[in-house]
Design a protein around this ligand. Sequence first.
Ligand SMILES: Cc1cc2nc3c(=O)[nH]c(=O)nc-3n(C[C@H](O)[C@H](O)[C@H](O)COP(=O)(O)OP(=O)(O)OC[C@H]3O[C@@H](n4cnc5c(N)ncnc54)[C@H](O)[C@@H]3O)c2cc1C
Length: 476
Amino acid sequence: MTTKSPIIVWFRQNLRLHDNPVLHAAATLGAPLVLIYIDDNTSHPWQAGEASRWWLHESLLSFESALAKKYQAPLLIYQGSPLIILQTLCQQTQAEHVFWDRCYEPYTIKRDTEIKAMLTKQNITIKSFNCALLKEPWESLNKTKQPFKVFTPFWRNLQKLPIRDILPLPKKFESLSYSSDSTIADCIPLPTIHWYEEMAKLWQPGETGAKNHLAHFLKNALNDYKTQRNRPDLKQTSRLSPHLHFGEISPVQIWHATQSCQAPQSEQTCFLSEIAWREFSYHLLYHFPDLPSSPFKAYFKDFPWKKSKTLLKQWQQGQTGYPIIDAGMRELWHTGWMHNRVRMVVASFLIKHLLQPWQEGEKWFWDTLVDADLANNAASWQWVAGSGADAAPYFRIFNPVLQGEKFDPNGDYVKKWVPEIAKLPIPYLHAPWDAPEDILTKAGVQLGKTYPLPIIEHTKARERALAAYQTIKQTP
Ligand SMILES: Cc1cc2nc3c(=O)[nH]c(=O)nc-3n(C[C@H](O)[C@H](O)[C@H](O)COP(=O)(O)OP(=O)(O)OC[C@H]3O[C@@H](n4cnc5c(N)ncnc54)[C@H](O)[C@@H]3O)c2cc1C
């Protein structure tokens, strides 16, 4: 393809300069580029939550400044209907081409298909690129050309497929002298509640932050990833999830950097298999677009939930009386992130101990996670619920005390996030109600006053959950 007319490059979830197939392709053509970001505020079911929008605000600022520094190119910011904005821009700039990165949420696919059809009718050429995945969801199919529903064969198959090389950074390109009336702050303002200020101290949204995180992880944590990745008290995972969600780093970059680092191959493979879980989630979402709202196993539709606003709130606020659950929920609120092991434990508690619909937990995570991601969130909630593809069996019900003792053996995680019980000795830290009165007094804990008593008793909750499951259980 050759063109001299301007190319509109619409960035969506690829906010990076390096290894960016859209930017690379557009820059190679030599035509002037119009670089844009659109905040699509037309109504759709999964508008980004507050934590995510904080990250997006910062990520766009970082991307805008990187584009200006490296290429003296402006990033034009718009808000509204992407179709109307693109039609107007094509007219005003005489652009005959629009390039974008592919997104895989059902709403986005439908919207993009409509935009493509409309613009094509107006003689505008649309080109879309895979910027977010190792392989497109339709490239990984089983022997009968069907989507995978089980992770292990999906992963085995992925390991056999060629992964493309990292693309070089465009040396230069010309950008059209053009401006928009709005700024990042107008379209994606910072949340009015200042709770994000704590998150700002912990994270560095943007491509540089992503690169630093990856380098730090490969050097300092990958060697022990297999054995330590389940420990929420240690920083043994990569914390790349928000960077990956916003496309500040590509899985292709992570793949190659991991394979060429010093860590033993078994550690590399273990870490890359987690990246593959992300691919699997996207695969599931693409082929089963109802994943965020409906159980993958249809018989879970009849599950006898016991909806309670009070219980949901106690869970959201980290006031359940189970220290590991409360620590996780408070970590989430304060940092916009939660360790994977704890995500599994708190999700299991909400669904199985409290019998609250998994969709309620999914919504809360959506609003509070900086890495909120439709594919990963939906697939993971369904995995824990037992209603998903290749899910944990429903009858596997985590005991929150044992999970705490096993994965937070020194209690450091609980002490950090639940300071009101931090003075309890280790044997009672994960089950304060077992502590004798004098030990509670010495630690300054008054159960029911300074820290809640458990909102539900574990053994009873377990039996109730199993009984509820029996009412819908079907033989596979
Ligand atoms: C109930 C629940 C909800 C979740 N919601 C989200 C979400 O909204 N967004 C999100 O990115 N992850 C979600 N996860 C998956 C996982 O918890 C996070 O990806 C992980 O904790 C991020 O930390 P990390 O980057 O340090 O992970 P690492 O262990 O360093 O893994 C590297 C990358 O692999 C991917 N990954 C790791 N584990 C999983 C997994 N189980 N499923 C899919 N991808 C995975 C992530 O992109 C992650 O950044 C959820 C898990 C559960 C149990």
